[in-house]
Design a protein around this ligand. Sequence first.
Ligand SMILES: CC/C=C\C/C=C\C/C=C\C/C=C\C/C=C\C/C=C\CCC(=O)SCCNC(=O)CCNC(=O)[C@H](O)C(C)(C)COP(=O)(O)OP(=O)(O)OC[C@H]1O[C@@H](n2cnc3c(N)ncnc32)[C@H](O)[C@@H]1OP(=O)(O)O
Ligand SMILES: CCCCCCCCCCCCCCCCCC(=O)OC[C@@H](O)COP(=O)(O)O
Length: 373
Amino acid sequence: MGLVQWLKGTFLCHLIICYGFLVSGLLVNLLQICTLPLWPINKQLARRINCKLGYSITSQSVALLEWWSGTEVTFYTDPENCQLYGKENAIVVLNHNFEIDFLCGWTFCDRFGVLGASKCLAKKELSYLPVIGWMWYFLEMVFIKRKWEEDERSFVQSLQNLRDYPKKFWFLLHCEGTRFTEEKHRISMEVAEKKGLPKLKHHLLPRTKGFWVAVQNLRGTVAAVYCCTLNFRNNETPTLLGVINGKKYHPDLYIRRIPLESVPEDEAECSVWLHKLYQEKDQFQEDYSQTGCFPGPVITPPRGPWALINWLGWTCLLLYPLCLLLVQLVNYGSILTILATVAFCSAVSVGVRWMIGQTEIKRSSSYGVPLNN
Ligand SMILES: CC/C=C\C/C=C\C/C=C\C/C=C\C/C=C\C/C=C\CCC(=O)SCCNC(=O)CCNC(=O)[C@H](O)C(C)(C)COP(=O)(O)OP(=O)(O)OC[C@H]1O[C@@H](n2cnc3c(N)ncnc32)[C@H](O)[C@@H]1OP(=O)(O)O
Ligand SMILES: CCCCCCCCCCCCCCCCCC(=O)OC[C@@H](O)COP(=O)(O)O
């Protein structure tokens, strides 16, 4: 193991990364709160500012993935469609099997210039996460409790709000509604059987209501559905902790562009359409497990420098006062202040470890487990 690789695995490096992420993130949250008075005066300007602020947080994770761990997503897609990515609004439909699928998603967004503005349909619990969840409020992320009766009104309203969004955005939908586990798969295939639908091997049965409502409310705003299928070479099971430790993964992402006009307007027909899409996606995954690649040419735009510049900028800015403080502490600090500093560092590391825990599939919710769900 080289020295650099060894360094990436040290606790000190992790502490610096976590400190930078947490403190810069909380500062950005504070700046976002400062934009509140602007919303009633100039909503579009407030939205644009929040996109930039959001970029400043999410791009740190992109830098971590691309530059720190050296992980590069390989894109399989049609070169003609590729010209349109980033130049139109889109609904992105993605499988939900991996702990770092959101990171690969952010990389995809960054490569096509829509990272700051992109959104997803997320479970309500994520909105309470410091830094990321709080940031999402200001980016008008759509949160749901996954109980249709309770979600319907706010879901539709949040989608309608996006109709005059001033920046190009992608709206990510995990139609499976939860992450893949063997138990959830078994139960959802029982539902498939009851509904007379073909069984899926690599996906949970998609829930169709959210997709239909999103398509209906974003017609005229969104130009296409991007059907995205993600997998990792060599049966890798990537984790966020692995990325922080500098481990390089090999994700492959297959993107198909489907014009929105070809998605049926009627709810029942749209549901059939989505089930068929998931059957196709399942076949792509099956082929991938046999051949190790997706169909279509490989197109990978080069990684841009901005994510790295932003990350290094924040790190330098925040390390300087920290180093000054440490020097002061060593030279003049009382036992009490030294203990307080150790407690602060421990709190940072426990806090971030808890946030990382939210990405772990073993801590996945019980959604989709009881049959009556
Ligand atoms: C590589 C990446 C590529 C691209 C990425 C691109 C862009 C990225 C852009 C932005 C990224 C920005 C941020 C992202 C970062 C991090 C966040 C990441 C992820 C967060 C995602 C989540 O939180 S997932 C959880 C939330 N999302 C969803 O739940 C969506 C899916 N669900 C729905 O759509 C549902 O329909 C619903 C929640 C809207 C409503 O659900 P409800 O259950 O109340 O009603 P339904 O009608 O849908 O369901 C009832 C029917 O379901 C049947 N049923 C029962 N049990 C099951 C079962 N186990 N499986 C399937 N179906 C089941 C039941 O029988 C009912 O059927 P009927 O026929 O009777 O209706
Ligand atoms: C420089 C960057 C440093 C990074 C340091 C680490 C920071 C920690 C970042 C935490 C990021 C948290 C983003 C959470 C996104 C998790 C998305 C997700 O996967 O949600 C699960 C839901 O879809 C379904 O939930 P389940 O029903 O499976 O339960």
